[in-house]
Every structure is written in structure tokens, then in C-alpha cells.
Design a protein. Structure first.
Length: 266
């Protein structure tokens, strides 16, 4: 049976005229072949750092172009492709396969991804208890600005520039959602920037996926509690980046002023 070549399918999948130009037929040239099927397999999820990695493999027939919808707002092209998700939860992936006669869209497949926030909490607490301090050896350990430009108002000071009563502060997070603040010699009180009596204390906190930028966020339950800056207590703290040894923590909600800290594990 003769079938019409469907150029629109190729344009839709590639956005390019290169593959179309390789065909000797005109727009309505005659080519033989069945309508392609569209199906695929999904590998086991592999957690890599703060991402979930999944490999998709097309099992389609009579196709030579493959476009993927990964279910997180991104797409990709290729018969086999590995995608990194920056989130957890369940997403629905789908494949469009194109061949000489046109294209076919597969059924959606659910892909269950581990919650990134759970990975972040493991790094934050070490699985039980972990202590963090300001990374005073880094340049600009504290910056102030907006969500789009966290250093817009204050780009940060030099390495080793924090006063001792701030650089020696310790923040211990537990897997049971308790934060203990140990001020050691004293607490830096803003905006006067003076070292005053220690304001050590303990607060329960909530923990979950971040709203806005970041992998996770926490909120201290005890009124007046703070991390880092005394003049902005009762903030939302979002974990922008984290590893076993370093963390970037952002205080403040997406629509307002934010304070961003570089911290290091003790």
C-alpha cells in the first residue's frame, strides 16, 4: 500500500528542515510503510546528587524520529535518552514517534520519583543530628537582595570578615525536626551590628518541598527564632543548594527581601 509522506510530523519533532531535505520526494511524494507505533520502557530511578535520573528507551516500530515529553515541562529527542529530574513525586512521560507515514503518540506512563526534599533532609541532618556554621572562609558568606538577584542590596564581605560572635555560632538540625542554636560567646544583633549576650535556644521546625527556588524549606515554630540575622526572625528558610559539607540557605519569601548564607558542616 502506498502512503503519503507527512512532512508536518518531521517538522513537529525536529523543528528543522535538515531531515526533510534528505528525502528525495516532494511534499506529496509517495512512500511505502505502515503507520508507526509509539511505546517505550523506563529504567529504574537513580538518585544522583539532588536529581533523579531516568533513562527512557523507545520500543516503537516503523519510526525514525522520537520526541519525549518528560512530564516536568521539558522535552528531548532521541531513541534512548537519559533525563535528570530536579523534583520528586509522580510525573507522566510520553513519547511521539514519527515514521514515513506520519506520527503516533504513546500512552502516558507514570514515573515515581523519590522526593528531593527527603534527600535534602538526610544531608541537612546526617540522618540524625548535624551541626552547621557560617562558612567564614568563603567570600560573601552573607548577601542580601531579591529572589532574582540575592546580592542586589548587599553583595557580601571578604573571606574571614564575619565578627567572632557570628562566625562561631552553631546550628544543629535533627531528623526529629528540632533546631538548636548555640551562640557561644555572643549573638551579633542587627542593625546595630553589636555583639550582645548569647541568644541561644531551641525551636521545632517544619520541613518540606520548597515554594519558589530551592530544593526544600523549613520554618521555625518558636516565635522570634532566627538563623543568622536577628532583625529578621520568623522567616521561611529555603535550601538553595546542599552537599554533605556545604549548604546555601536563603531566608525570606520569594516576593520580598532575601538573606542568603553560605554554611559549612562542622
Amino acid at each position: 500500500m502506498k502512503n503519503a509522506w507527512n512532512k508536518a510530523a518531521v517538522w513537529m519533532l525536529t523543528g528543522s528542515s535538515v531531515l526533510v531535505a534528505s528525502c528525495d520526494k516532494e511534499d506529496q511524494g509517495e512512500l511505502k510503510g505502515p503507520l508507526p507505533t509509539a511505546s517505550f520502557t523506563v529504567s529504574a530511578v537513580k538518585t544522583v546528587g539532588l536529581t533523579n535520573e531516568v533513562t527512557f528507551t523507545s520500543t516503537s516500530t516503523d519510526a525514525f524520529l522520537y520526541k519525549w515529553d518528560f512530564g516536568d515541562g521539558t522535552t528531548g529527542v532521541g531513541q534512548t535518552i537519559t533525563h535528570k529530574y530536579q523534583r520528586g513525586g509522580t510525573v507522566q512521560a510520553q513519547l511521539t514517534a514519527a515514521g514515513p507515514r506520519g506520527y503516533t503518540v504513546s500512552n502516558k506512563q507514570d514515573v515515581a520519583l523519590p522526593e528531593i526534599a527527603n534527600i535534602v533532609k538526610q544531608l541537612l541532618t546526617g540522618g540524625s543530628t548535624k551541626t552547621w556554621k557560617f562558612d567564614n572562609a568563603a567570600e560573601a558568606p552573607i548577601i542580601v537582595g531579591t529572589e532574582g538577584n540575592p546580592g542586589q542590596y548587599y553583595a557580601g564581605g571578604p573571606a574571614n570578615g564575619l565578627p567572632t560572635c557570628q562566625s562561631d555560632d552553631e546550628y544543629t538540625f535533627t531528623a526529629a525536626n528540632v533546631l538548636t542554636y548555640d551562640a557561644k560567646t555572643g549573638t551579633l544583633v542587627a542593625p546595630a551590628q553589636t555583639c550582645e549576650a548569647p541568644r541561644s535556644g531551641t525551636s521545632d521546625f517544619t520541613f518540606g518541598p520548597a515554594t519558589g527556588q530551592g530544593y526544600a524549606m523549613l520554618e521555625l515554630k518558636r516565635a522570634g527564632s532566627f538563623i543568622g540575622v536577628t532583625d529578621v526572625p520568623d522567616q521561611t528558610y529555603r535550601i538553595i543548594d546542599i552537599s554533605a559539607t556545604k549548604m546555601v540557605l536563603r531566608a525570606g519569601k520569594p516576593g520580598g527581601t532575601v538573606f542568603q548564607y553560605k554554611m559549612i558542616a562542622k
